[in-house]
Design a binder for this molecule. Structure first.
Ligand SMILES: Nc1nc2c(ncn2[C@@H]2O[C@H](COP(=O)(O)OP(=O)(O)OP(=O)(O)O)[C@@H](O)[C@H]2O)c(=O)[nH]1
Length: 433
């Protein structure tokens, strides 16, 4: 038996065991009650039959005793009583004459002699009188000769043998009933296990689905009864949940994609495809924070194009746009992978250079950028008179706060403009070329 089969068995056991226990209890109580009723009825019937038979025997004896009583033949009567008592169960026999005088008497050995009983007065008019006790039976029959009452016979008979027989029968029946309950228990367990198997399967499936969240699973139970319908409804429910989940996932993916697109649009300059000012501000904050944390040098360049207004004015706005795109492409080509170039607006660009060993590479890069932008740029068959001026500031050397660092780079850029454009200046070093 595999592990899962063992688990199934354990799970089904609780329900099966509970139902088996209840059914078995009901069955056992019903059997016990029926048995008790039958046993009581059997005892009563047996006692009644015993009394009837004792009465018939007593009447036969009375008939035999009648002439002996009339002829006062005590010995014959005594012998008759002894023979009668041999049949067993007789405790005492008394023969009385009319007027309650004792005629003869027989007493079972070991029995205590009882006081002489008096003949019941109604005996003259009835064929017999029965007195039933718990363990014994007392029978009175009149002794008549030619219809005339000459005496009375009293037979006191034990009912113990009968009770033993009934008890033995009860014992055997109890054992048989016990065996029947045992067999019924096994049978009930087997039947209920089979009957409840589909429900156990369903419960297991529900547990699996809830653990794995895999709503593509289906119940395998196929029956035309209530359990079958329950399985069908369960499968329908799973199907609906699966469809809803798929739709929900698709919707989520669409929204994630839209969100990403919005995020991109919100942070991207649509003309140059470079990150925009919004992105630049957060990137600047992040890079300043990591520069301060790691103790690494970070440079910020403020780049402003020279003579851009002239391009617009002479060649039109579209040519100006093309120049902006070309400038962005040229600058991107000279940058390192981790550098962040953004268009801040108009003809202004911001460049973040993280994790520098010292200031020299940034200054060298500023010169390379200026040179790259100054390379002849032909747009629409016209040479664009474009150039770039750069302001350079370092974190943490110049500033450690974003707006101040940007302002320092801006001030340096204007210093470079004043110095004749197409050059760069370092913050705090307005005189350098
Ligand atoms: N084609 C185009 N022009 C723009 C855009 N945004 C701003 N401008 C123009 O860019 C020009 C920027 O002006 P300035 O920087 O003052 O002009 P400049 O000729 O570069 O001046 P200097 O920096 O002193 O050399 C303005 O004429 C704006 O109208 C844009 O998206 N496309």
């Amino acid at each position: 038996m595999t592990n899962s089969e063992l688990q199934t068995e354990a799970k089904s056991d609780s329900l099966v065991r509970r139902l088996t226990r209840v059914n078995l209890l009901v069955l056992a109580v019903t059997m016990m009650l029926t048995f008790a009723l039958i046993a009581t009825a059997s005892l009563l019937v047996a006692r009644s039959q015993q009394a009837q038979s004792a009465e018939q025997d007593a009447q036969l004896l009375a008939n035999s005793l009648a002439p002996m009583l009339v002829f006062e033949d005590v010995d014959a009567a005594q012998l008759e009583l002894t023979v009668f008592a041999r049949r067993g169960g007789v405790l005492e026999v008394q023969v009385l004459k009319v007027g309650n005088a004792a005629f003869t008497h027989w007493l079972e050995q070991g029995q205590a002699s009882q006081a002489l009983k008096l003949m019941p007065p109604e005996l003259a008019n009835i064929p017999a009188l029965r007195q039933m006790h718990l363990n014994s039976l007392n029978v009175w029959v009149p002794i008549k000769l030619k219809g005339e009452l000459v005496g009375a016979l009293n037979v006191h008979q034990s009912l113990r043998a009968l009770q033993h027989t009934v008890l033995r029968m009860v014992g055997v029946a109890a054992i048989l009933i016990g065996l029947a309950i045992l067999v019924a228990g096994r049978l009930l367990r087997w039947v209920q296990k089979r009957a409840l198997a589909p429900i156990v399967e369903l419960s297991e499936l529900a547990e699996q689905v809830s653990t794995s969240q895999d709503y593509s699973q289906r119940a395998r139970v196929h029956r035309a009864d209530e359990v079958g319908r329950l399985s069908e409804r369960f499968n329908q429910m799973l199907k609906r949940v699966e469809i809803s989940q798929t739709e929900l996932n698709q919707q989520l993916q669409r929204e994630q994609l839209l969100g990403q697109q919005f995020e991109q649009l919100a942070h991207q300059d649509s003309l140059t495809q470079l990150p925009n000012r919004l992105y630049f501000q957060s990137a600047l904050q992040r890079n300043i924070a990591s520069s301060c944390e790691l103790g690494k040098l970070m440079a910020l360049m403020f780049i402003d194009l020279d003579n851009f207004k002239t391009v617009n004015d002479k060649h039109g706005h579209d040519a100006g746009d093309a120049v902006l795109r070309e400038v962005a492409a040229r600058m991107s080509r000279v940058l390192r992978a981790g550098d962040v170039l953004c268009r801040l607006g108009g003809d202004e660009f911001g460049l973040i250079l993280p994790e520098l060993a010292d200031e020299a590479p940034a200054e060298a890069l500023a010169l390379r950028l200026i040179a790259a932008i100054r390379e002849p740029m032909i747009i629409g068959d016209h040479l664009m008179p474009i150039g770039a001026t750069v302001g350079l500031a370092f974190c943490p050397i110049d500033e450690v706060e974003a707006s101040r660092l940007l302002s320092a780079a801006d001030v340096a850029m204007y210093a470079a403009k004043r110095a004749g454009k197409n050059t760069f200046r370092r913050a705090g070093h307005a005189a350098s070329s």
